[in-house]
Design a protein around this ligand. Structure first.
Ligand SMILES: Nc1ncnc2c1ncn2[C@@H]1O[C@H](COP(=O)(O)OP(=O)(O)O)[C@@H](O)[C@H]1O
Ligand SMILES: [Mg+2]
Length: 235
């Protein structure tokens, strides 16, 4: 594993380009996207549907390969790494939260969170204790042994947030985490996500259509015509 000198950044993405074939044409989705995230910084990414937000998150999580550009997590080179190395690094460095939660229905709440540790090897006693503590933190102390299928959408997203934090990642990526929630529940999930990210010193990228949520982060960006632009606060 190659360590570069400057590790003040939880994420450095430089000149990321990505195209998809579409019939005989090629669609250029990302045309040189740059983003640096300091340790503990929170940012929002807005943009119309189809502007490439999910593509960008998939690339910075290493789930999707970039065409050209450079990507570092916490100073570790990610572009060009093999699948197995990437999966191990991702489990350690990155937590992910999705609109559709992606919990395992056959596991209870506690085991869905502990699963994140098992992906890195065997879950230790410490992992189990941390899973419990995180579930208390997200307000689910009374639901530890519930089937996730019995939970509301907001509760499911709280489980997903606890799972994302279990391995003490440097970076959390959240792709429209309130997309399936009503407004009030969505607001409280975002408050929680920002509060726990700040408490844990984890950097956060929040992809959202909700400007009120976006304004709660340190920096707001918009993905527009394949580039990331800063959104200035109108005063
Ligand atoms: N695997 C793929 N193959 C072909 N086109 C894709 C693929 N993934 C995304 N796209 C296209 O890339 C564009 C951006 O999609 P996406 O990143 O999902 O946008 P957003 O999340 O901002 O709504 C869309 O035009 C979409 O159709
Ligand atoms: Mg999307």
């Amino acid at each position: 594993m190659e360590i570069i000198e400057n590790v003040q950044f939880a994420l450095e993405a430089s000149e990321i380009q990505k195209s998809f074939p579409n019939g005989t044409e090629t669609v250029e989705v990302l045309k040189g996207v740059n983003l640096q995230l300091r340790r503990g910084e929170t940012v929002a990414i807005q943009g119309t549907s189809g502007s490439g937000k999910t593509t960008f998150l998939n690339i910075i999580s290493g789930l999707e390969a970039l065409d050209t550009g450079e990507l570092y997590w916490n100073g570790i080179r990610i572009h060009g790494q093999s699948g197995a190395t990437l999966a191990a690094l991702r489990a350690e460095q990155v937590g992910m939260v999705f609109q559709a939660y992606y919990l395992l229905p056959e596991l209870n709440v506690l085991d869905n969170v502990i699963l994140a540790a098992r992906l890195m090897g065997k879950a230790t006693r410490e992992d189990q204790d941390r899973a419990r503590e995180l579930l208390v933190r997200v307000g689910l102390e009374d639901r530890l042994h519930y089937s996730v299928e019995k939970l509301s959408g907001g509760e499911r997203q709280r489980v997903a947030i606890a799972r994302a934090l279990l391995n003490r990642p440097k970076l959390i990526l959240a792709d429209e985490p309130t997309g399936n929630l009503d407004e009030e529940t969505g607001d409280s999930v975002i408050e929680l996500l920002l509060d726990v990210s700040r408490e844990e010193g984890t950097s956060l990228i929040l992809v959202t259509h909700n400007s009120v949520h976006a304004k709660k982060t340190d920096v707001r960006y918009r993905l527009h015509f394949g580039k990331l632009e800063i959104v200035e606060d109108e005063s």
